[in-house]
Design a protein around this ligand. Structure first.
Ligand code: SAH
Ligand code: DHB
Ligand code: MG
Length: 222
């Protein structure tokens, strides 16, 4: 299979399971118009987030890395009317675009975008007793994934689902000579995840419109 056919099949999956979605289409269009990088999860991956959040009946969700709010919309859609998603974003500009996209999707009442470096907002959330969250999605700067996992554990309970994007990076994680800080960060995260006795986890490789990468899917057991 070539990357080209993976993308064609991804389009087929999207046509089946994410057909004509004005809120998501507008979120992508406005993110691109505002000059945000085109690195949101793919439609099929976003739908996986919706399905997983719905399957576990998530009522409180934490996202680390908002961008234009695409994955936040996918996750928040699974929440009940009184549910809550908190999403952390470093860039005020990204946060502003995200808030508008979330509002247009009719989810402003359920989504709170907090601006600032997650390394600072996560300890604040913990200090304020805002956890535990039912689902945590890690998708910000890859060098800090290890720190984000530690904070996620602090903000979780047994049964919390922790999902992390971009943990395969075109297969570069398995090349020990690859010392790109992003790759090193993700490799350390994967090692931590595997060694952590309070977590049961796996990694799902992903292909398609976003290239070759992977999603870590983990449940807190203790
Ligand atoms: N989850 C989004 C994509 C996130 S892209 C989606 O799938 O739709 C990664 C985002 O993390 C970017 O918007 C970037 O600005 C943000 N980011 C980078 N470093 C960060 C940090 N230290 N704290 C919080 N957000 C950060
Ligand atoms: C990239 C992709 C992502 O999904 C992300 O969250 C951050 C960066 C990238 O391709 O560089
Ligand atoms: Mg990502």
């Amino acid at each position: 299979m070539s990357t080209n056919s993976w993308t064609t099949v991804d389009d087929y999956i999207t046509a089946l399971f994410v057909p004509a979605d004005p809120a998501l289409a507008a979120a992508l269009a406005d993110s691109a118009a505002a000059g945000l990088p085109e690195i949101a999860v793919s439609p099929a991956q976003g739908k996986l987030l919706t399905v997983l959040a719905r399957a576990m009946g998530a009522r409180s969700i934490l996202e680390i890395g908002t961008l234009g709010g695409y994955s936040a919309i996918c996750l928040a859609r699974a929440l009940p009317a009184n549910g809550k998603l908190i999403t952390l974003e470093f860039s005020p500009k990204h946060a502003e675009v995200a808030r508008a996209n979330v509002a247009r999707a009719g989810l402003a009442d359920r989504v709170e975008v907090i601006v600032g470096p997650a390394g600072e907002t996560l300890p604040r959330l913990a200090a304020e007793g805002r956890g535990p969250f039912d689902l945590i999605f890690i998708d910000a700067d890859k060098v800090s994934y290890g720190d984000y996992l530690r904070w996620s554990l602090r903000l979780s309970r047994p049964g919390t689902l922790i999902i992390a994007d971009n943990v395969v990076r075109d297969g570069r994680v398995i090349d020990p000579t690859d010392d790109d800080p992003n790759v090193v960060g993700v490799r350390q995260f994967n090692d931590m995840l595997a060694a952590e006795p309070r977590i049961d986890a796996t990694i799902l490789q992903t292909v398609g419109s976003k290239g070759y990468d992977g999603l870590a899917i983990a449940v807190v057991t203790g």
